[in-house]
Design a protein around this ligand. Structure first.
Ligand code: G3H
Length: 540
C-alpha cells in the first residue's frame, strides 16, 4: 500500500532530471496577429507545471514561464485581422484554389515536424502526459493533418464536375463560412485544437485561436511556422482570460463559427455573448460520462483490461474515458478483485520516467476535488476497494476504485475527469439502461458480453442514446476517420477527418440555364482557368 510520503518522494530534485527532459523555461511575449509576430508589452500570466521539485525541504511547483495576458483591445485586433483576411469571402485565402491552400498546409506540416521534441517536452511538463502518449499526440496530429489533405483532395475531385438537371448546369462545391474562433481542451491541447483549426483553415476560413489555459506554451514553437506558412491574418493567436479576450470577440458579432472543446457550461457562456446566435455556427465537444456495462457472461479478464485502459489512460482525463462501470452482481466480486488488483499494480511516476502510467494531475486542486467526491461516496455507503486508492501528495494521486456506487452519490452523475473509478453492481439490465437514458450526456458506451442475442438487444436501443457503442472494448475517439460526436450535452456537430471539412464549410453552387451562350461562357472560364471555384481541374 502506497503512502503519501512515498508519492512526495517521487517528485525529483533538479539534478535527477535527465538532460533531454529538463524543464523548459519560456517567457513568451510573442503573439501572432496579421502575419506579424508581435511582442506583448502588457501584463503576463505565469505558467506552472503540475510537477513539483524538491530542491529545498518542501516540494515546489516548477515554473515554466509566462504568456501574454492580453487585453480586450489586442484580442479585437486579432479578430479584426482575421475578418480583414476573410474580407467577406473576397480575401486571398478564401478565394484561393484548393490546391494552393493544400500547399500552404503541407508547408506548415513540414515546419511543424521540426518542432516535435520541443512540443513533446512541453506536453510532458505542462499537462504531464507521459512520454509515449505525448509523442503519440504529436504524431497523431501530423497524421490527422495529412489525412485531412487527402480527404479534401477526394472531396474536391468529386466536386470537379458539372451536373445537368432539368436543363440547369450546376457545379456544387463547399465554401468557407468566415471567421472561426478555435479553442481546444487541456487534455489534448495540440491534437484537439488542430482537429478543428486545420480543417477550418484548409476550407478557406480565417482563424483566431486561443490555446487552453493548461497546455499553452507548447504552441510557442509553432508560431513562426504559422506566420511563414499562411497569408497574413489567416491565423491569429490570443492569450489571456476568457472574459477579457473571448467575450468581446464574440460580442462583436464578427465570429462566424465557434469551435470549442471543453465544458458545456463554458460553451454556453461563450455562445450567449454573440449578438446573432442564429448566425453563429457551433462545433462543440463537451462533457461526457461514458458508462460501461458488463454482462454476466462477459470475459472478465478482457473487461478488466479494457476498463483499466478506458478509465485510466492519461489518468482518466479524457472526454471518452469510462466514468461509470456497471457490473452484473453475479460477477461483481470477481471483477472487483481482478480490477482493483490491476489498478494497484499501476506505476505512478513522472511523465518522462519509463513505464509511468499515472502521472501528476494537470488541474490545480484536482486531488482535493477528487477526494471530496470519494468522501461524498463514502458518506453514502461506498468504500475504496484498492488499498492505495485515493492516496495523494500534491498533484500525484493514486487511482481509487470506489464501490458500490449509487444514485445518491455525486460520483454517480458528475464527470470526475480523473483517476476515480465508480463501480455499481446491477441485477436487472434496465438499471444500467436507465442510467444511460437519464444521463445528461450521450457520447459513448462500452458493453461487454458474449451472447449475440443479448448484445444485439442492447446495441439497438443504445445507438439511439449515444453516438458510439463499443463492443468488448473501451470507449475512444479513434480512428480519427470515424465520426466523433455526442448527443444531449456532449457535443454539437460531428468531427472526423472528413466530417470536419463539412462542418467548417457550406455547400454552395454556380448554376446556369443550359443555353448556348451560357455553355460558351462557362467553357471560356474553364479553358482560360479564370475561376478557382468554377473549374474541372483534378487534384492529384
Ligand atoms: O478527450 C477526448 C478525446 O477526444 C479522446 O480521444 O479517445 O483518442 O483518447 P481518445
Amino acid at each position: 500500500m502506497l503512502k503519501s510520503e512515498t508519492l512526495a518522494a517521487l517528485f525529483p530534485q533538479d539534478a535527477n532530471i535527465p538532460t533531454e527532459f529538463k524543464a523548459p523555461r519560456i517567457e513568451q511575449r510573442e503573439y501572432l496577429i496579421d502575419g506579424e509576430i508581435r511582442q506583448w508589452q502588457g501584463p503576463m500570466q505565469e505558467i506552472s507545471s503540475p510537477v513539483r521539485i524538491r530542491n529545498g525541504n518542501a516540494p515546489e511547483q516548477v515554473k515554466l514561464g509566462s504568456v501574454p495576458s492580453m487585453s480586450e483591445q489586442a484580442a479585437t485586433e486579432a479578430l479584426n485581422a482575421a475578418a480583414a483576411a476573410y474580407d467577406n469571402g473576397r480575401g486571398k485565402w478564401p478565394t484561393m484554389s484548393v490546391g494552393e491552400r493544400i500547399r500552404h498546409v503541407q508547408n506548415f506540416v513540414e515546419r511543424m515536424l521540426g518542432c516535435r521534441d520541443r512540443v513533446v517536452n512541453l506536453l510532458m511538463w505542462e499537462i504531464c502526459k507521459n512520454l509515449a502518449d505525448a509523442q503519440k499526440e504529436f504524431d497523431r496530429t501530423i497524421d490527422y493533418i495529412r489525412d485531412t489533405v487527402e480527404a479534401l483532395k477526394e472531396l474536391d475531385r468529386t466536386s470537379s464536375r458539372f451536373t445537368i438537371q432539368q436543363k440547369i448546369i450546376g457545379q456544387i462545391r463547399r465554401a468557407p463560412l468566415g471567421v472561426v474562433l478555435c479553442m481546444g481542451p487541456f487534455n489534448y491541447p495540440l491534437n484537439e485544437t488542430f482537429t478543428t483549426l486545420i480543417p477550418a483553415l484548409i476550407m478557406g476560413n480565417t482563424v483566431v485561436f486561443k490555446p487552453p489555459k493548461l497546455g499553452v506554451l507548447l504552441f510557442q514553437p509553432l508560431l513562426e511556422a504559422f506566420r511563414d506558412s499562411f497569408p497574413k491574418g489567416v491565423i491569429n493567436t490570443v492569450y489571456g482570460s476568457g472574459q477579457t479576450v473571448i467575450t468581446p470577440m464574440m460580442a462583436s458579432g464578427k465570429v462566424d463559427v465557434l469551435a470549442f472543446i471543453g465544458t458545456s457550461r463554458v460553451s454556453d457562456v461563450i455562445r450567449k455573448s454573440h449578438p446573432k446566435p442564429h448566425r453563429l455556427r457551433c462545433v462543440l465537444g463537451l462533457d461526457a460520462k461514458n458508462p460501461c456495462i458488463i454482462l454476466p457472461d462477459a470475459d472478465i479478464d478482457l473487461a478488466v483490461k479494457e476498463c483499466l485502459l478506458g478509465s485510466l489512460s492519461f489518468n482518466g482525463q479524457r472526454c471518452t474515458a469510462l466514468k461509470m462501470i456497471f457490473v452484473h452482481s453475479s460477477i461483481a466480486d470477481a471483477f472487483l478483485a481482478k480490477f482493483s488488483a490491476e489498478v494497484e499494480k499501476l506505476q505512478i511516476n513522472l511523465p518522462w520516467e519509463k513505464g509511468a502510467q499515472i502521472t501528476p494531475l494537470a488541474e490545480p486542486g484536482k486531488a482535493e476535488r477528487l477526494t471530496d467526491l470519494i468522501k461524498d461516496a463514502q458518506a453514502n455507503g461506498a468504500r475504496i476497494v484498492n488499498p492505495s486508492g485515493g492516496v495523494f501528495s500534491d498533484s500525484l494521486f493514486f487511482p481509487a476504485v470506489v464501490y458500490p456506487v449509487n444514485d445518491k452519490m455525486k460520483l454517480y452523475r458528475e464527470e470526475q475527469f480523473g483517476p476515480v473509478i465508480p463501480i455499481a453492481a446491477y441485477n436487472r439490465i434496465e438499471e444500467a439502461i436507465s442510467y444511460v437514458v437519464e444521463s445528461d450526456y450521450g457520447q459513448q458506451v462500452s458493453i461487454f458480453g458474449k451472447d449475440a442475442k443479448q448484445m444485439a438487444s442492447l446495441i439497438d436501443p443504445l445507438v439511439n442514446q449515444v453516438c458510439r457503442v463499443n463492443i468488448n472494448s473501451q470507449c475512444q475517439r479513434g480512428p480519427d476517420t470515424f465520426p466523433f460526436t455526442g448527443r444531449k450535452d456532449s457535443a454539437e456537430g460531428t468531427l472526423s477527418v472528413s466530417d470536419a471539412l463539412r462542418v467548417f464549410s457550406i455547400r454552395t453552387l454556380v448554376a446556369a440555364k443550359d443555353s448556348d451562350d451560357n455553355k460558351q461562357l462557362i467553357t471560356k472560364i474553364l479553358k482560360d482557368d479564370l475561376s478557382s471555384f468554377l473549374t474541372t481541374d483534378f487534384l492529384f
